[in-house]
Design a protein around this ligand. Structure first.
Ligand code: PLP
Length: 453
């Protein structure tokens, strides 16, 4: 996509300039004022990466209430793949919100919910007969995938993976690997959740995915028992865990083992989905067809919506009335999803994600030659990260990741950290970001490394 293509998509308002602009120090005086009010009004458990408050956003920028225009390498944690306030999302939301805002699909259903389910059934991997169910948050979708798998198999055990992240509700905290900050002091957690070793080639040295899968399967067979396993839940590329890309062959081997043993293979594509990795879904890369797939984030251009999609016979296992929720598949969120999907299709955002990935990877490779704290560059499409280590070792260096991120923030570039060891810088620009902002963001990152590494 050229700059002019992105500019012709009036996101965040037609006149929102696609430029980095610093009018004050970060944070500016207005943001500091609101931060003081926030301290007295908002629970401290809810943290924020950036010290600024947002006024508007669109394309590749977020503008704060002091007038600073920041380059967005976070997309609100992989949500606004189509950009903030994308034109088709705004149009469909405005039309829907003026007609009706809520009736509850479980009381008086509406067509736009069915439209979204049809789109999900069409776009997700595999051409078998599918069904979908809609929810509010991603964690709720993961919880429901487990409910559905248990109802279908009549079994209880669930296996998740080292470094995995699946949410902050009680069951999803149990599935999530990392203690701090997600689980600490919040137990006890849901029972019948087990953890298997992930394929993490940079740290486990195993580049043969089938061998890494065998290691996980052996553990599951010995410690859980295949006959007890309802489902295996895995992110095809781990998000919060550090953009961990498993060795080729790992996911296909696990999916095949699930097929043989009758466990449901659940792909959590909440962070990887909707064009982010250069395919519609990350499973597409190796032709893996999950039994169930959970989606959210990129699905609706920023409105809260999540889904479980999968094989009709599995999805239809729970009894009538067993699934649902007051707001699940809210009509305004569904309208937004149709606008987001239309945008992804019309702008061919999988291709744009691949091109963003090529640009980022080339620039990061140059940086890795100059900054020996960069231990590995990994990811796929527009989901790219660098893992930072003490030079000459693989020892994680979270302090340097924090320092580089902070230096980027001060220069008006939003970047996020992640990883079990807190030493990964991750880059998730909106897929409609114009090239000049992508390049400028990478130059700021380069300078941040030069100043701190
Ligand atoms: C893979 C994955 N699953 C689940 C979740 C939970 O999402 P939510 O915060 O919307 O519940 C996330 C959020 O980052 C995620 O990345």
């Amino acid at each position: 996509m050229t700059d002019s293509t992105a500019a012709s998509q009036p996101s965040g308002g037609p006149e929102l300039a696609q430029e980095r602009r610093l009018t004050t120090a970060i944070p500016g005086p207005r943001s500091q004022e609101v931060a003081a009010r926030r301290g007295a009004a908002v629970a401290r458990g809810i943290g924020s990466t950036m010290p600024v408050f947002v006024e508007r956003a669109g394309g590749g920028v977020v503008v704060d209430i002091d007038g600073n225009s920041l380059i967005d390498f976070g997309s609100g944690i992989a949500v606004v793949n189509v950009g903030n306030s994308a034109e088709a999302v705004v149009a469909r939301v405005q039309e829907q919100v003026a007609r009706f805002t809520h009736t509850c699909f479980m009381v008086t259903p509406y067509e736009v919910y069915v439209d979204v389910c049809e789109a999900l059934n069409r776009l997700t991997p595999g051409d078998h007969e599918k069904r979908s169910a809609l929810f509010n948050s991603a964690a709720e979708a993961v919880e429901n995938a487990v409910k559905i798998a248990r109802a279908y198999t009549g079994r209880q055990a669930v296996v998740a993976f080292d470094h995995g992240y699946h949410g902050r509700t009680n069951l999803t905290m149990a599935l999530t690997a990392k203690n701090m900050p997600y689980k600490h002091s919040f137990g006890p957690f849901s029972p019948e959740v087990y953890r298997a070793p992930m394929s993490y080639p940079f740290r486990d040295g195993e580049v043969d995915g089938a061998a890494a899968a065998k290691r996980a399967i052996d553990l599951i067979e010995k410690q859980v028992g295949a006959d007890n396993l309802a489902c295996l839940v895995i992110e095809p590329i781990q998000g919060e865990g550090g953009f961990v890309v498993p060795a080729p062959g790992f996911l296909p081997a696990l999916a095949e083992w699930c097929r043989r043993t009758g466990a449901v293979f659940v792909a959590d594509e909440i962070q990887t989905g909707f064009c982010r990795t250069g395919d519609w879904f990350a499973c597409d890369n190796e032709g893996v067809v999950p039994d169930l797939i959970t989606t959210a984030k990129g699905i609706a251009g920023g409105l809260p919506l999540a889904a479980v999609t999968g094989r009709a016979e599995i999805m239809d296992a729970p009894h009538v009335g067993g699934l649902g929720g007051t707001y699940g598949g809210n009509p305004v969120a569904c309208a937004a999803a149709l606008g987001a999907i239309e945008t992804m299709e019309s702008l061919d955002l999988p291709a744009r994600a691949r091109s963003i990935g090529d640009t980022m990877t080339a620039r990061l490779r140059e940086m890795a030659e100059r900054y020996d704290v960069i231990g590995e560059i990994r990811g796929r499409g527009a989901m790219i990260a660098v893992e930072l280590v003490r030079p000459g070792t693989r020892e994680p260096d979270a302090a340097i990741a924090g320092a580089v991120a902070k230096a980027c923030h001060a220069e008006g570039l939003i970047v996020l950290t992640c990883g079990t060891y807190g030493n990964v810088l991750r880059f998730l620009p909106p897929l409609v970001m114009p090239d000049h902002l992508l390049e400028e963001g990478l130059t700021i990152l380069d300078k941040a490394f030069a100043a701190t590494a």
